[in-house]
Structures are given as C-alpha cells and as structure tokens.
Design a protein around this ligand. Sequence first.
Ligand code: OGA
Ligand code: NI
Length: 340
Amino acid sequence: MDKLLSNGFSDGPLPEGYVFPPELRPGDLKIPLGTKIPVIDLNEAQNGDRTNTAHKIIKAAEEFGFFQVINHGISENEMKEAVSVFKELFEMPAEEKQKLCTDDPSKTCKMFTSSVNYATEKVHLWRDNFRHPCHPLEQWQHLWPEKPNTYRECVGSFSVQVKNLASRILSLISEGLGLKSGYFENDLTGSMVLSINHYPPCPEPSLALGITKHADPNLITILLLDDVCGLQVLKDGNWISVEPIPNAFVINIGYQLQIISNGKLISAEHRAVTNSCATRTSAAFFIAPSDECIIEPAEAITDEHHPPIFKSFKYKDFNSYYFAKYGDTNKVLKAFEAQS
Ligand code: OGA
Ligand code: NI
C-alpha cells in the first residue's frame, strides 16, 4: 500500500485508476466568479452586536451551509505556522512518512493516500491524508508524530484554539436557533479529529478529484485553507468556488447540526478539485459528538406544528451507516428521517 502521491508518485501522466467516469468528473473548472459564500466578521459579536452576528450565521447556514469567519481571534502568525507544519509533514522523506502509514483499522492516527478504502474503491482520489484525534488533547497528543519537531507543540496549541473558536460559533448558532446557551457544550462536541489533505499538482485536473462530492457527517467543521483554490460547494444545483481569504477559516455545517436544527440549517455537499500547477494543503477540524451521544432534533424547536423530521439515534450508528454508504449522499439522511 501507501503509494503516497507526495513520494513522487504524482509525477508523470495521470494513471488510469484516477480517471473518474464522465458523470462524476469535475467538468468545466473555470467556474465564473459570481456567488460567494458569506463572510462573517466575528468582531461584531465581541463588540455587543451578538444578535445580529447570530442572525447572519443562521442565514448563511440556511442558505449555503458554508461561510467564512474573519476577526476570529486566532493570530495570523499561528495560522501561518500551522499551514507550514502541515506542508512540512508531507514534504518529509518517504521513510519518515512510512512510520505514520498503517493498515490497522483500529489505529486512529494514520497517513494514507486517497481514502482508507484504497484497496476496494473504484477510483482513487488525488490526495494524501493524515488524520488523528485532537480532543481532549492530553489523551491524544503523545500519539502524534515526533517529526516535524514542532508538530506536537504547534498543532496542540492550535487545536485548543480551534476548539475554542468552534465553541464560540456554536454558542452563536444556539442563540440564533433559540436554544439554551451552552446547548452544544457537552457530548455533542465530545470529539475533534484533525484531517490534513495534501493535493499535489495533478496532470489532468478535469478527469480527477481530490475529494468526491460529500457532506460532512459530524456536527460542524472548521477548515484551514492555504492560498490555493480547490474547494467547491454545491448551491442550488450549481458548484461555486470558495476563494480563500487570508487569515479566514471556512466553516461548514455537518449532518448532525442539520438534524438537531430539524432541517433548518443545511449540510451542503462539497468537493475538492485539483489543479496542474500548485500543491494545495487544507486542514479540516471535525467537531463531532461522542460515539454514545444521542442525536435528535432539539426539543425547543419542535412542537405539534413542527414535528421532528428526524429520528433519535446514537451518533456511532449514524457514523457507521455514513461510512458504509459513502458517496451515496441521498441515502444517508433518508435513513434517519422520522418516517423511515
Ligand atoms: C473534507 C473536505 C475540503 C478541502 O476534508 O471533508 O471537504 O478543501 N475538505 O480540502
Ligand atoms: Ni468535507
């Protein structure tokens, strides 16, 4: 296994195993710049206008399922350092990266190429990935890579700040939805996994994909992007391109928040396309419920006129269903609807 693209395997023509069938190919990569995902200034909430900020976030989450946040309190310097340590990780010698690759499905800290289903998937993804849990920090940090030398310290303090940012955003979301404050400060946010994507230049960007169309299974995702475009979001049946804003984070609603909000907030489908010139790095912090956590539409927003449209279930059951059906987005939410 482990033909990591970052080990030089990405040079030369596109191997057949990466060619998607025509209906799944990214198509015209020159999406006209038009609709953009909303940008939310978190400074506003700090300076007294919380209600207005909460309202803007809810609107963005209803219409797009995606938004960017600026003035979020995490320093420019720390964001830069995090992006460079993520890039450094994939630039390490092959032997060093091999130590992080494993076939053991029980290992939570692992590097691989394409997806964990490399052996059985029909088409490979044009990306390498490294992922590991990062909350609670004391439980996981000692399992992280020893190289790059700064990895544990830099990613450790960055993760704590991202967790804190997620809490601030979720608290605005709970206010905007009319839920009690602290609604998400429990098992609903018991876990956080960092997933780092490395997309090398691709010889045929119109035939391949970095990540296929999907929506995130967790509660909410905080994405750190570098300055290379590649993320696209499906909005009313059209793909729109996310233009990275310096020092912003991209936030997206996961399926669990769609379910808890009883369908008010949407978990939008998105994908990562490739390009032929620049390496792109992205880091997704997946904030998720604990395995045993019970998920259901919030009682405070359901009543006889707005009955729950989703069932009550354990997060781990949703998660296993999601990974079994990965790629079949229509089926996932359907299976958890109230009448199914
Ligand atoms: C993801 C994801 C997008 C990106 O990791 O779930 O959607 O831009 N990543 O890499
Ligand atoms: Ni995603």
